[in-house]
Design a protein around this ligand. Structure first.
Ligand code: OGA
Ligand code: MN
Length: 298
């Protein structure tokens, strides 16, 4: 064994030591990292000084990397490469975004519990987020373990939700935060998609809840009841015993499993403090409904 892993939380979130991600990865080392990833669902690597290219290269070991979502209302000029999501309050030239910039409103959607890219037909397997500059206070990231949350559901609830399919759309989460900047073209680019509510990790056989602020409807249910079930499950799954709050240090890099965790950012002084994090998002293989071999009822 080359790496050691120490849990920061009783259920999940392991800190990995003994790896310099700026150095070339090997099959044997990655096999250890992947085993730790399945066990802990989230891995923290501290003191990493990776270039953007090294960050992407490491992420590619987990699977194919998404091109960052382009929104037609966003500034065309990007600060980062096309395969990196800009999780910052910075403009393309590195200055703070104007206070009324719609990208600030959009980014605030990350304060809602979610998991990444469930609003895409083929969602994300994992995200790899690296901290470059962190604010003086706040801007922590909270994570919740959806495997433990699923396990803790009553048998009756497990039965009730078995086989249910949710509709996810980026507009659901953004509208919940009061963001209304989507043009018709942007809506057409990211139409609602379907994902299972309970998914199983093929590598471990563990089941988890698959919910997010992007989820807005339960297929085949009246809107109100569906919304109530989604809200109930998110509230249940984010109780303190399932949650770990990470306080960032420069050089931290975190890989989280989007299939079995949720996360959200805590507020910070976003008009004054720079917060520069960069995310590479790794794609899953297939839509979760298709994987489960289910057919969505209307
Ligand atoms: C993300 C995200 C939370 C944060 O990068 O996907 O939701 O703490 N980030 O910035
Ligand atoms: Mn996110």
């Amino acid at each position: 064994m080359t790496i050691t892993t120490t849990r920061h939380h009783a259920l999940f979130f392991g800190e990995v030591e003994g790896v310099d991600l700026a150095r070339p990865m090997t099959d044997t080392l990655f096999a250890e990292i992947e085993a730790a990833f399945h066990e802990h669902a989230i891995l923290l690597f501290r003191g990493q000084r990776v270039t953007d290219a090294q960050h992407v290269a490491f992420s590619e070991w987990f699977g194919p990397v998404f091109t960052a979502t382009k929104y037609s209302w966003k500034d065309e000029k990007r600060r980062l490469r096309d395969d990196m999501a800009d999780i910052s309050n910075l403009d393309h030239d590195g200055g703070l975004l104007p206070t009324d910039d719609p990208r600030r409103d959009h980014a605030r959607g990350n304060q809602l519990w979610h998991t990444d890219n469930t609003f895409k037909h083929v969602p994300s397997r994992c995200s790899v987020l690296a901290a470059h500059t962190i604010p003086a206070t706040g801007g922590n990231t909270q994570f919740a373990d959806m495997r433990a949350a699923y396990d803790a559901l009553s048998e009756a609830k497990k039965e009730e939700i078995d086989g249910l399919i949710l509709e996810h759309c980026i507009t659901y989460s953004r509208e919940r935060m009061g963001f209304t900047g989507f043009t018709d073209a942007a809506r057409a680019e990211l139409p609602p998609v379907r994902q299972v509510l309970v998914r199983e990790n093929p590598a471990t056989g563990r089941k988890s809840l698959y919910i997010a602020a992007h989820a807005g409807r339960v297929i085949g249910w009246p809107d109100k009841e569906g919304r109530a079930l989604i809200d109930e499950l998110i509230a249940f799954a984010t109780q303190p015993q399932f949650v770990h709050e990470h306080v960032w240090r420069d050089g931290d890099l975190i890989v989280w499993d989007n299939r079995c965790t949720m996360h959200r950012v805590t507020p910070f002084n976003e008009m004054q403090d720079v917060r520069d994090l960069r995310r590479v998002t790794v794609s899953d293989e297939i839509n979760s409904v298709e994987r489960a071999g289910l057919v969505a009822a209307e």
